[in-house]
Design a protein around this ligand. Structure first.
Ligand SMILES: [Fe+2]
Length: 311
């Protein structure tokens, strides 16, 4: 081992190596949905194997100190002989680390906050979302994962094979369900659908919400602070709620057909659509909506002046 003084040369110091994180709950905490025996094999044995192989692959290389997530996001930059081992084993480490932190006893139900709004925006309602998770999980041929991901503008579902990570496709994974047989076979044998339902009963949606909140997004503060006059009262776009949007739609509808305001009909409809969107997504105000909806709505409403390029 190189002396500690040579820190810069010490890139493969054992202290920097990956390790399996402790479970944030006892092995039997997720029973009856996920058995203690499954957790012991899955967490203690399988995850450890990924960590051991990842460390062996990177030991002594210039990437030994690189963040696991950064390695997965830049697989193409790795030499070919290392790339597959990183994809499989660093991928296995990162995927499982998120997996343990995405479950909890008494989990399940549905998320709240902006994440629920984003899910409703993408899937219509939470039931359709869950059905899509089930279908995606069943569609993985062989071993892999189904993920809820975020591309910075919206959420959607993707699947990956083996231990491939959505990070390698430039996507932020919010939560993933492991559909390798090692995740369920001891308890559910070949009944993957039963396991998927069981997993939905232990999801820690608060953890997923926190990941959603942390995804970098386009700054829409300029749009949210733009002045809008609702029934003669000045407010800002971000503070508009359902009632204000409906009021504005009604006021503009009354003006329809008035010569100088040729576009008033379409803008009235856009205010109605905004009211419906706020309602459907359970958003108190425009500021609670996701960035892409805020931008498209502001464009339709001419809150962003037509023809003006975005900030
Ligand atoms: Fe697994």
């Amino acid at each position: 081992m190189v002396g500690e003084m040579n820190g810069a040369l010490n890139s493969h110091d054992v202290a920097m190596a990956f390790s399996v994180p402790d479970l944030p709950y006892p092995h039997d905490a997720l029973e009856p949905h996920i058995s203690a025996e499954t957790m012991r094999f899955h967490h203690d044995k399988h995850h450890q194997a990924y960590v051991d192989k990842a460390n062996a692959a990177l030991d002594g290389t210039q990437w030994a100190d690189t963040r696991a997530e950064d390695l997965l996001a830049a697989l193409d930059e790795l030499p070919e002989d290392l790339r597959d081992r990183v994809r499989d084993n660093v991928g296995g480490h990162v995927n499982h680390t998120m997996f343990w932190a995405s479950m909890k006893p008494d989990g399940g139900g549905q998320p709240g906050g902006k994440l629920l709004g984003a899910i409703k925006g993408a899937f219509g309602n939470f039931k359709v979302f869950k059905d899509t998770v089930r279908a995606a999980s069943m569609s993985v041929f062989g071993s892999g994962w189904a993920w809820l991901v975020d591309d910075g503008t919206r959420v959607f579902i993707v699947t990956t094979t083996n231990q491939d990570s959505p990070l390698s496709d430039g996507l932020t994974p919010l939560v993933g369900i492991d559909v390798w047989e090692h995740a369920y076979y001891l308890q559910y044998e070949n009944r993957r659908a039963e396991y998927v339902d069981a997993w939905l009963s232990v999801v820690d949606w608060e953890a997923v919400e926190a990941r959603y909140e942390a995804v970098p997004r386009q700054d829409v503060s300029d749009i949210l602070s733009r002045g809008v006059s609702i029934a003669g009262v000045e407010t800002v776009f971000g503070e508009i709620d359902i009632d204000a949007a409906r009021t504005q739609a009604a006021e503009l509808k009354a003006l329809q057909g008035w010569g100088p305001m040729a576009k008033v009909g379409s803008i009235a409809r856009a205010w109605n659509e905004l009211a419906q969107t706020l309602d459907k997504r359970g958003a108190a105000t425009v500021a609670d909506l996701d960035a892409s909806t805020i931008i498209s709505s502001a464009t339709d409403l001419w809150v962003i002046p037509p023809g003006r390029s975005m900030v």
